[in-house]
Design a protein around this ligand. Structure first.
Ligand SMILES: Nc1ncnc2c1ncn2[C@@H]1O[C@H](COP(=O)(O)OP(=O)(O)OP(=O)(O)O)[C@@H](O)[C@H]1O
Length: 297
């Protein structure tokens, strides 16, 4: 009999997901699985519970939450010797990683996915001492994800990000940061509006932000957007939606296993990882190849 630990962030997403989670637990119990549920109360609970679960006699984890919760569970797995496979039940506002993996929402299909045991081993990014599943980013609008108040997220869902983005755009668009980027593939000192170091291609709801990203290739994809004038931003924005931005002369796109970024001015540059505050420059980013085992349909 397989033992499944559910690690649930009850604050993410809407109530419907909590009902879905109960249905999933009941279906699994009917199928003979042993199911235990843990609910987080605060930051890092999901990570610590994942570490405890890996040390115990559990066989797998269901992570229910948004990208922040998935990040914590993945971090717990990366820090553990016994790397349990994880089924992600998307419950957040954007759910970039679960969308990228095409995880089913319906309880029956979700349980079928678990039974089939189609498990892949995906890369994780590591920024200084923190892990990321999806993205580490700095520059224009990257703070939106962690500055939207939780109340507006639960009322407006994804629209809350757009509202916050539009509010911030006029103020932030003039912000450029002078940085040094260093890697085997690309090194420069330049003014940038935005930089994204990504694992999957889907970021902040943009499905093709890093069009060649592959979570199993042992590389991270870097999108660096140079200083951009206000009048060019709309064009760039449309290109970003279509995934056609990588040919824009302002955009640099490359793959790497390791890079560092530091600020060349006396300026604090905040980094967002997987939609949460992740620290400030300077940063060193590396890939940890194929350490995170996830169920896919
Ligand atoms: N019981 C809880 N109540 C309030 N906040 C919690 C609770 N448990 C965890 N958290 C916080 O929620 C954060 C993660 O939220 P998560 O990203 O999973 O959901 P979300 O913010 O609704 O989704 P998204 O990131 O897609 O918008 C954690 O980093 C932690 O700080």
């Amino acid at each position: 009999m397989k033992k499944v630990r559910i690690i649930n962030n009850p604050s993410s997403g809407r109530n419907i997901v909590q009902k879905r989670l109960d249905s999933i637990a009941n279906i699994l119990l009917d199928k003979g699985y042993i199911v235990g549920k843990y609910c987080t109360e605060k930051k890092y609970d999901a990570m610590h519970e994942t570490i405890r679960t890996c040390e115990g006699d559990w066989d797998m984890i269901i992570a229910c939450g948004g990208d922040g919760t998935v990040n914590e569970v993945a971090s717990g797995i990366a820090k553990s010797d016994r790397k349990l496979p994880v089924a992600i039940l998307p419950a957040g506002t954007v759910n970039d990683f679960a969308n990228y993996l095409n995880i089913p929402n319906a309880p029956e299909s979700f349980c079928e996915m678990i039974e089939k045991e189609n498990i892949i081993s995906v890369d994780l990014g590591k920024m200084n001492d923190k892990y990321f599943v999806n993205v580490a980013a700095g520059g224009v609008l990257t703070s939106v994800a962690h500055t939207v108040p939780p109340e507006s997220k639960s009322i407006f869902g994804r629209a809350a990000y757009y509202v916050e983005g539009m509010k911030e755009m006029p103020r932030q668009v003039k912000n450029v940061s002078k940085v040094r980027i260093e890697s085997e593939e690309y090194t420069s000192e330049e003014e940038v509006s935005l930089f994204l170091i990504t694992n999957s291609s889907s970021i902040g709801g943009f499905k093709k932000l890093a069009p060649y990203a592959d979570i199993e290739d042992g590389f991270l994809d870097c999108v660096i957007i140079g200083k951009t004038e206000v009048q060019d931003l709309i064009t760039l924005f449309i290109e970003l939606i279509k995934g056609e931005h990588i040919d824009n002369p302002k955009v640099r796109y490359f793959k790497t296993k390791c890079l560092s970024i530091s600020s060349l001015e006396d300026e604090e540059i905040v980094i967002d990882i997987d939609g949460e505050f992740g620290g400030k420059l300077p940063i060193k980013i590396e890939v940890e190849p194929r350490v995170f085992k996830v169920f896919i349909p």
